[in-house]
Ligand binder design. Structure first.
Ligand code: ADP
Ligand code: MG
Length: 608
């Protein structure tokens, strides 16, 4: 008998499962589905991301509601619009054989009238984000007074995002005698609080260890100078030609900047963060799902819960502020039984965080070396060889073959192969031939990899007493001084004062800015202080990046194709890995069509 039927699901749902292609229930499904079908009790289910929680609550809900009624009986709250749409689509898919089923998504940024009309037509199930839901309730556009099942999906994230009050208010419009099912990847205090407040002695189901990451994911870290972060990122991408990844940054600003840099450097990348319009976010997500974008640069909030299959790598460009968030990030890969790699780029001051994360995920990180330029050349060459080997011959070239054959008459096959591969190889080789080793040795001093001569150390009269830790101070300085992400470094926060460095080039700007600078009625004083003498002079770290002036904050419209696929835009000045001038090797070589998107095509052919 079908394993899902054994859990107690009715035939039309089992049929949908077969259509979708699920063969065996996941652990959380095995534990929750029979329970939810059998009883009308409350439930707290903890399971890491990618374990199939949507189906765990979706199928029981579909089985229990009365399709023949037009009353709204099920409410699913989820933190973001993306998730809301994702769950809605899944529910529709699960319920494809439920005749008359109407699942309606309610979320901000789209027409409230349209959504209200859909509800009016009789939505048995509403999937909503808390903000818009509250709005609709207060305008009496929905009636949830007859709800029988309420699901809080990604509860930890909803609380993280400050939805506690909204959730409280929404639930106050639902009847007391309903079942509440809470799903969460982690169990912070706030979640247990909500379980206590809103639930009636819930059954608790835990899959794996609480807060533990997926077992299909391996974790790697790369130790680099803080200013080499971006170059390290590019090398990781270049060393994995078939990469399909989410890259996490800490702030919206960094997210936007890294994405723009990647696009400018010829990678197929896109940004996803809260400062983009809903339309822009939709466009990016659509391209990513279609694998037209290889690298999605995202903030934690924007990428939370996004379920895109086949993500090969999660790259932590920066570690999250809350290390618990790491579990969510790495859970973007290794989904549905596939394996994945979560990579972390760290500077020396962050290495201790790796240890803390290891305790949380109960797994060890592998320390890896950032690939050298030559290693990358080799990988790229082999990838090209495979690609050519697997390429189907396009007979449209037949009419031209005579001419080509004449041209190559005197060339042996051996020579031809060499020449052919040199075209591609030389591109990477020229780019990487002078590249330096980006790996920082962990036993050296607290140097983040830059030359001392080029650096100025400042004293500032604000410290932890004023609510700053090193990250907050770094953000504050960068934002007020309008500097780039790695321009402020060696931030060292004491009780009532702190130190930080910038390159000499910014010295005057810093001093000038903080002359007579007042915040909250108080003078903030910045002075030059003595340099640390123990810094080694590594050289090579001082090459300045250009200001990355393209950053405009808000992103551009959908007509800017470069945003969707970097390999489409025309070449402009490129940064080089070795800090000398040079084009990124990802830039088109001569025989690529300019309208290309070669990576996405390579990808599609590989992925059926
Ligand atoms: P979670 O909410 O726990 O993060 P999802 O419900 O989004 O996980 O499911 C993750 C992925 O696994 C989805 O692509 C989903 O279609 C797939 N999936 C869910 N259940 C099964 C199953 N029993 N067999 C195979 N794939 C499944
Ligand atoms: Mg989910």
């Amino acid at each position: 008998m079908n394993a899902f039927k054994q859990l107690g699901l009715e035939d039309h749902l089992v049929q949908a499962i077969t259509d979708i292609g699920f063969e065996t229930p996941s652990e959380v499904q095995e534990k929750t589905i029979p329970l939810l079908l059998d009883q009308d009790s409350d439930l707290v289910a903890l399971a890491q991301t990618g374990t199939g929680k949507t189906a765990a609550f979706g199928f029981p809900m579909l089985q229990k509601i009365d399709i023949n009624s037009r009353t709204t009986q099920g409410l699913i709250l989820s933190p973001t619009r993306e998730l809301c749409l994702q769950i809605t689509n899944e529910m529709k898919l699960y319920g494809k054989h439920c005749k008359g089923l109407n699942v309606t998504a309610i979320y901000g940024g789209a027409s409230i009238t349209d959504q209200a009309n859909q509800v009016k037509r009789g939505a048995q199930i509403i999937v909503a984000t808390p903000g818009r839901m509250k709005d609709m309730i207060s305008r009496r556009l929905v009636d949830i007074s007859k709800i029988e099942y309420a699901v809080l999906d990604e509860a930890d994230e909803m609380l993280n995002m400050g939805f506690f009050e909204d959730i409280t208010e929404i639930l106050s419009y639902t009847p007391k005698e309903k079942s509440t099912w809470l799903f969460s990847a982690t169990m912070p205090k706030e979640v247990s609080l909500i379980a206590k407040k809103f639930m009636n002695s819930p059954t608790e189901v835990t899959v794996g260890h609480k807060n533990m990451g997926s077992k299909n994911v391996s974790h790697e870290y790369f130790l680099v100078g803080a200013r080499d972060r971006y170059r390290a990122l590019k090398r990781l991408a270049d060393a994995n030609p078939e990469i399909f990844s989410v890259i996490f940054c800490r702030t919206k600003r960094d997210t936007q900047k890294v994405a723009e840099q990647l696009i400018e450097d010829g990678y197929s990348a896109g940004a996803l963060h809260g400062d983009l319009s809903q339309n822009q976010r939709d466009v990016v997500m659509k391209s990513f799902r279609a694998k037209q974008i290889q690298m999605l640069v995202a903030t934690d909030v924007a990428a939370r819960g996004i379920d895109v299959d086949d993500i090969t790598h999660v790259i932590n460009y920066q570690l999250p502020d809350e290390i618990e968030t790491y579990t969510h990030r790495s859970g973007r890969t290794g989904r549905a039984g596939k394996s994945g790699i979560s990579m972390v780029i760290v500077s020396k001051s962050e290495v201790r965080k790796i240890k803390s994360i290891e305790r949380i995920i109960q797994k060890e990180f592998i320390k890896k070396e950032v690939p050298s330029g030559m290693e990358i050349c080799e990988v790229q060459l082999k990838a090209l060889a495979n690609k050519i080997h697997d390429t189907e011959i396009n007979h449209e070239i037949d009419p031209y073959l005579n001419d080509i054959n004449t041209l190559f008459e005197d060339v042996t096959k051996d020579e031809l192969i060499k020449k052919f591969f040199s075209v591609e190889f030389t591109r990477f080789f020229n780019y990487y031939k002078k590249s330096k080793d980006l790996n920082t040795q962990s036993n050296s001093s607290h140097d983040e990899g830059r030359s001392n001569d080029n650096s100025t150390r400042f004293f500032i009269n604000i410290g932890s007493k004023d609510g700053y830790d090193w990250m907050k101070l770094k953000d504050f300085l960068r934002d007020t001084l309008q500097l780039n992400q790695d321009d402020v470094y060696k931030v060292d926060v004491k009780d009532s004062f702190a130190f930080f460095n910038t390159d000499v080039a910014h010295k005057d700007k810093v001093l000038e800015f903080f002359t007579d600078f007042k915040q909250d009625g108080r003078f903030i004083n910045v002075e030059i202080t003595e340099k640390k003498s123990r810094d080694r002079n590594r050289g090579g770290g001082g090459g300045r990046r250009s200001g990355g002036g393209g950053y405009g904050g808000g992103g551009r419209g959908r007509n800017d194709r470069s945003r969707n696929s970097g390999s489409r835009s025309d070449s402009r000045g490129r940064r080089s890995d070795s800090n000398s001038s040079g084009r990124s090797p990802r830039r088109s070589s001569d025989f690529k069509p300019s309208g290309g998107g070669d990576f996405s095509r390579a990808r599609k052919s590989r992925r059926k």
